[in-house]
Design a protein around this ligand. Structure first.
Ligand code: ADP
Ligand code: MG
Length: 662
């Protein structure tokens, strides 16, 4: 076949025009695209060779070589993959087969600025070479074809290209970029290696470059490797070195990877010095195919509570690095997870915007979320050492030494996880409706009877009193305030456990959880106390009678405190304290309102209800006291203090108390 000149398909011409005329914000991606093509070509050869081993032509070491020639101004990427026949070169490099790219081209408006923004969102693949080259020569021979059936393809990236038949003993493809003057810095080993490390480190294929050495160079500035030595410059040594890690740990089989290797990889991607708490590694097959390798760190970063903080998952497409912090791959409440997702289905040039919309990404996100949750469930399950059970026959130990060691290694991990990340996990109740139930099971709290943060809703339910119909909890600024809150008094007296919620996120999160496994959650600081069946008839009667008898006093209190309290009523929830504050059933707690205000956010002015303990001496003294007004205010302000708040006018409060003390 003699040389022939062919025109590009109209869409290709359009695309090329755009590639060469629009300024790419990151030029360097051309190398990623071309190396990815080389890697694809090797994968294809490997696949076809399954049925026809002869295709290897006795050369089974698949690799990519990157070379440059400063004088000739070329950068060449060579692979020994499947190669192309002449017809394939014409078809694959002259037309656009991919529907995605076709779609893209059809969206082009002709407005250069808008179009160049669009182009960043789509893969331009092979044509990205024209970002740095004003001419590209491709020489190739398809595996299994005769030496003299090679092809040379040349184009200047305008309307047409040339093809001719050549003799090429080497199997595979060389893409020779004739660099334009602005791109001459890509004819540098240092620059090229940097790009390969950034994007192609985990391509499983070795990427080779020729070693260089300084020629009569004098070390002028040792800290500056590039400019440090003058005059002769770098010269090639004829030796080749692998410049990528060529090891995508996640692409290997689980059974071949040691725990040490997993841990090392974690340290590398997370910049953490410590080993992770747990990891999960899976290949997911089905309509969306991807591999996930996800880690739970041992320690929380200092900026964990910053919800803007990026998610620590890197996205790869077929082992080519695409982006860090791919927030679309995990919900925000799992932002502590680190790892890698490698998809086989996404385009190389996928943008963040596109990620948000992709159906594949949605499936990946759901899959990753489920995986992390099961990893946590597993940790939770093994948090406590199993108790050795003594059987009737006197056999006390049926657990193997191995199982014992494993149990010991896993014990306490969930507690440790929860101490670091528990508060963030709670955000999931509001954020991830679909997994709410699973999340609720993973939550742990301190309680009025347990000091450590270790009580699950299920534990609580198992310990509920006969006749108890709700899971009781209290929110407060800290554990001491929660534990000593007046609202807990009656629960203590009756021996009812109350969960103590002291994380800032608790009240917000619990808004999204009305019940656990059919049992309603009830704040002890909201609404009138209704212990239901837990209260005996005598108590109920006494309360009703008191309410009746105290009516005039309540009216007077209400009048005195009309600016502060929504209502004043008698209560049975108090034992030792004279009064406490509660809010209406569906109202925002005073504590949350206070927090929001501290954070500078808008919060409704919650007027709480003052509940008084009619059996308390101070309350009994109120009636007929000459200090009625002062006592009323002190009663209210003290109730506020008891739950960690501050009187609206602290000085007035001090004055009143002092007046009485004197
Ligand atoms: P994509 O890689 O997404 O298919 P590209 O524009 O990167 O799109 O490449 C277009 C086509 O050109 C490839 O699908 C492949 O058929 C062919 N091709 C490109 N580079 C090579 C190569 N190094 N070896 C063999 N074929 C190649
Ligand atoms: Mg490609």
């Amino acid at each position: 076949m003699t040389k022939q000149t062919l025109s590009f398909q109209a869409e290709v011409a359009q695309l090329l025009h755009l590639v060469t005329h629009s300024l790419y914000s990151n030029k360097e991606i051309f190398l990623r695209e071309l190396i990815s093509n080389a890697s694809d070509a090797c994968d294809k050869l490997r696949f076809e060779a399954i049925n026809d081993g002869g295709l290897y032509e006795n050369d089974t070491e698949l690799k990519v070589k990157v070379t440059f020639d400063k004088d000739a101004k070329t950068l060449t990427i060579t692979d020994n993959g499947i190669g192309m026949s002449t017809q394939e070169a014409i078809d694959h490099l002259g037309t656009i087969a991919k529907s995605g790219t076709k779609d893209f081209v059809s969206k082009l408006s002709g407005d250069q600025k808008a179009d160049s923004q669009l182009i960043g969102q789509f893969g331009v693949g092979f044509y990205s070479g024209f970002i740095v080259a004003d001419k590209i020569t491709v020489e190739s021979r398809r595996a299994g074809m005769k030496f003299d059936e090679g092809v040379r393809w040349i184009s200047g990236g305008a309307g047409d290209f040339e093809v001719e038949n050549i003799t090429r003993p080497e199997r595979g493809t060389s893409v020779i970029l004739h660099l334009n003057d602005d791109a001459m810095d890509y004819a540098s080993a240092w620059k090229v290696k940097g790009i390969i490390n950034k994007y192609s480190d985990h391509i499983s294929l070795p990427i080779l470059m020729e070693k260089e050495e300084w020629k009569d160079g004098e070390l002028i500035n040792p800290s500056d490797e590039q400019g440090g030595r003058q005059p002769g410059g770098m010269v090639k040594t004829g030796e080749w070195e692998t410049v990528n890690k060529a090891n995508a740990i996640w692409a290997r089989a689980k059974k071949d990877i040691s725990a040490d290797e997993y841990n090392e990889f974690y340290k590398q991607i997370s910049h953490d010095f410590e080993a992770p708490l747990a990891y999960t590694h899976n290949r997911v097959e089905g309509s969306t195919e991807y591999t996930q390798l996800l880690y739970i760190p041992g320690k929380a970063p200092f900026d964990l509570y910053n919800r803007e903080k990026s998610v620590g998952v890197k996205l790869y497409v077929k082992r080519v690095f695409i982006m860090d912090d791919a927030e679309a791959l995990l919900p925000t409440y799992l932002r502590f997870v680190k790892g890698v997702v490698d998809s086989a289905d996404l385009p190389l040039n996928v943008s963040r915007e596109l990620l948000q919309e992709s159906r594949d990404v949605k499936a990946i996100r759901e899959g990753c979320t489920k995986r992390v949750l099961s990893m946590l469930e597993d940790l939770a399950k093994h948090d406590k050492l199993p108790e050795t059970t003594a059987s009737a026959e006197g056999v006390t130990d049926v657990v193997s030494a191995e199982d014992k060691a494993e149990a010991a290694a896993n014990a306490g991990k969930y507690t440790s996880f929860y101490n670091e990340f528990g508060a963030v996990l709670k955000e999931g109740l509001g954020e991830d409706y679909a997994n709410k139930e699973r999340l609720a099971k993973l939550l742990r709290f301190a309680s009025s009877t347990t000091d450590t943060v270790s009580v699950s809703f299920a534990d609580y339910k198992a310990r509920m009193k006969e006749g108890q119909e709700a899971i009781y909890y209290i929110t407060a600024d800290n554990a001491a305030a929660a534990k000593n809150s007046p609202q807990l008094e009656v629960f203590k007296k009756k021996g009812i456990e109350v969960l103590l919620m002291t994380d800032r996120v608790d009240e917000w999160a619990l808004n999204y959880l009305q019940d656990f496994d059919g049992t309603p959650l009830q704040s002890v600081a909201k609404g009138a106390v209704d212990l239901g069946k837990l209260q005996d008839e005598a108590e109920k009667k006494a309360a009703e009678e008191a309410a009746e008898a105290f009516k005039p006093l309540l009216a007077k209190l209400k009048e005195a405190l009309k600016d502060k309290a929504e209502d004043v009523r008698v209560t049975t929830r108090l034992v030792d304290s004279p009064a406490c504050l509660v809010v209406q059933d569906n109202g925002m707690s005073t504590q949350l309102a206070r927090m929001l205000k501290q954070a500078g956010q808008a919060a409704p002015d919650v007027k709480p209800v003052l509940e008084v303990n009619f059996e308390h001496p101070l309350v009994k003294k109120l009636d007929g006291s000459v200090h009625f007004n002062d006592l009323a205010h002190i009663l209210f302000d003290q109730a506020l203090l008891a739950e960690g708040g501050l009187p609206a006018d602290p000085a007035a409060y001090v004055k009143r108390v002092n007046a009485l003390l004197v």
